[in-house]
Design a binder for this molecule. Structure first.
Ligand code: ADP
Length: 503
């Protein structure tokens, strides 16, 4: 098996075994599948954590993406192996359910596969491995709950939320502005959140970007920003108490037709014509212009989307306290801000940055931060990061293995070893000796019975993640363990791979 790169620099996996065979059975099938899964995990491993490396990916039409977001890397990689696709799917599920931890979940699954391979080589049946993993994952799941903390926040005290979002952003390219971006994310989520029902509809947060300016200029607008300017230079740049018609039909001011002959021989006739034109135009202007963000504008302003002029009526109009055009720096770029809307529960995060790649990466990073804030509103339990939760689970699972008399205890013990993969990768990516660092931290956790000791990636001087304020949501971490175990069990249970003969 080998990892190769095509002419666009995208990695792909060659499975040598499959070049000759069209059918793999039994242990061969499992080994080939494990190899494919591990290959994907190996790619993501170096991207984990605050010092993780970024990947540069080029699409067939030449678009370049620079990111260290696991889900994005896998999304853009053209994997042509079914098991590798399962790993991509795994990262996507984590992204869909939680939004964060997409790299970690794949690293975790890769480590579980690696351990499984060793067990299979020792002659343990794959089903026994799968069952042992299942038991171990339940132990880890419950242990996470025990070491979790509730942390309190309210609309008046958003600092704890900001801190958590900062942890997420600290491992991204945009970490230079993590404080500002974290505050924006938290304020945006709180603006659309229903704190009583503990729910947040992220669809109400629009993330818009425009090349230009600095990342620091990124702002939160309590309203909608439309990438358009006032259609006519003579229109006012600022309208207070605006009524807004939301149209999905084309709309243009009438142009005087020069080809027709109009006999105007008296002042009266000219005035009549002018009045006619003005009236026609006025009628249309009364029924304003639309854009792609119609739905959000409709939600924000309380207006109705109208498909035809004829159907427009006063009660279908939306209301906004202020509509203004804002121009940026020396560029001619202008955007339209619709603010102080009737229903203020739709907000826009407007990202500025030097180039398109930076803006796209900021969007992805903010998505993670928004998800973290949303998860905390749904469930305010947290565990500490930097690999500390994994190490603590590893110790708990290891201890539990001794209580299981069956063959499963080998698998449970291997699960404990696999949990170490995250702190190992974090240490390695930060330039620390991985094994030495991990064993020292593990010993410290046991000695001090402190589950908050993790990897001091940023060389802060303490490895107590509570002091470093590095935490993750409990549901996010639990989901990682559940999803990784599920996918590995699925891979282990495949003992026959039948592929088309030309493969
Ligand atoms: P993912 O896509 O899985 O979220 P990241 O690259 O964002 O991957 O890395 C997340 C990991 O980095 C988590 O294990 C988290 O606890 C850890 N981490 C983040 N910030 C720090 C930090 N300042 N010190 C130590 N570990 C950190």
């Amino acid at each position: 098996m080998a990892l190769a790169f095509d002419e666009f620099g995208r990695p792909f996996i060659i499975l040598r075994e499959q070049e000759k065979k069209t059918r793999l059975r039994g242990l061969d099938a499992q080994k080939a599948n494990i190899a494919a899964g591990k290959a994907v995990a190996r790619i993501l491993r170096t991207s984990l954590g605050p010092k993780g490396m970024d990947k540069m990916l080029q699409s067939p039409d030449g678009d370049v993406t620079i990111t260290n977001d696991g889900a994005t890397i896998l999304e853009q990689m053209d994997v042509d192996n079914q098991i590798a696709k399962l790993m991509v799917e795994l990262s996507r599920s984590q992204d869909y359910e939680i939004g964060d931890g997409t790299t970690g979940v794949v690293v975790m699954a890769g480590a579980l596969l690696e351990q499984a391979e060793k067990l299979l080589e020792r002659g343990i049946h794959p089903i026994r491995v799968a069952e042992g993993y299942e038991m171990a994952s339940r132990i880890a799941f419950e242990h996470l709950e025990r070491i979790s903390h509730k942390f309190e926040f309210s609309a008046d005290n958003i600092e704890p939320l900001v801190q958590t979002c900062m942890t997420t952003l600290s491992s991204k390219i945009v970490n230079r502005c993590k404080r500002a971006l974290a505050e924006i994310a938290v304020k945006a989520v709180l603006a659309v959140a229903d704190l009583e029902r503990k729910d947040v509809n992220l669809d109400l947060i629009k993330v818009e970007g425009k090349v230009g300016g600095k990342l620091e200029d990124t702002e939160l607008i309590y309203g909608i920003v439309v990438d358009k300017d006032m259609s006519h230079p003579q229109m006012p740049k600022r309208i207070e108490d605006a009524k807004i018609a939301i149209l999905t039909c084309p709309f243009e001011p009438p142009k005087p037709k020069t080809k027709h002959k109009v006999d105007i021989d008296t002042v009266e006739k000219f005035q009549t014509l002018r009045e006619q034109e003005q009236k026609y135009f006025d009628e249309m202007v009364q029924k304003w212009v639309g854009g792609v963000e119609l739905e959000l504008i409709a939600i924000a302003t309380g207006g109705r989307i109208v498909p035809r002029f004829q159907e427009l009526s006063p009660e279908k109009l939306g209301k906004a306290g202020l509509v203004r055009e804002k121009s940026f720096g020396t560029t001619k770029d202008r955007m339209l801000y619709i603010e102080q809307c009737a229903n203020s529960r739709a907000v826009t995060i407007f990202i500025r940055g030097g180039n398109k790649m930076m803006i796209e990466e900021t969007k992805r990073s903010l998505h993670d931060a928004l998800c973290v804030a949303r998860n905390l509103i749904r469930n305010n339990s947290i565990v500490y990061g930097g690999g500390s939760a994994e190490i603590s689970c590893s110790i708990a699972v290891e201890a539990a293995a001794d209580r299981h008399p069956g063959v499963e205890q080998y698998a449970i013990r291997s699960f404990a070893d696999a949990l170490d993969a995250v702190p190992l990768a974090l240490a390695e990516n930060s330039g620390l000796p991985p094994i030495d660092t991990l064993t020292a931290v593990k010993a410290q956790q046991v000695k001090e019975s402190n589950p908050h000791c993790g990897i001091d990636c940023n060389d802060v001087g303490t490895n107590d993640m509570k002091e470093q304020n590095v935490f993750e949501t409990l549901i996010g971490k639990q989901q990682q363990i559940l999803l990784a175990t599920q996918v590995v069990k699925m891979i282990l249970k495949i003992d026959d791979v039948i592929s088309p003969s030309e493969y």
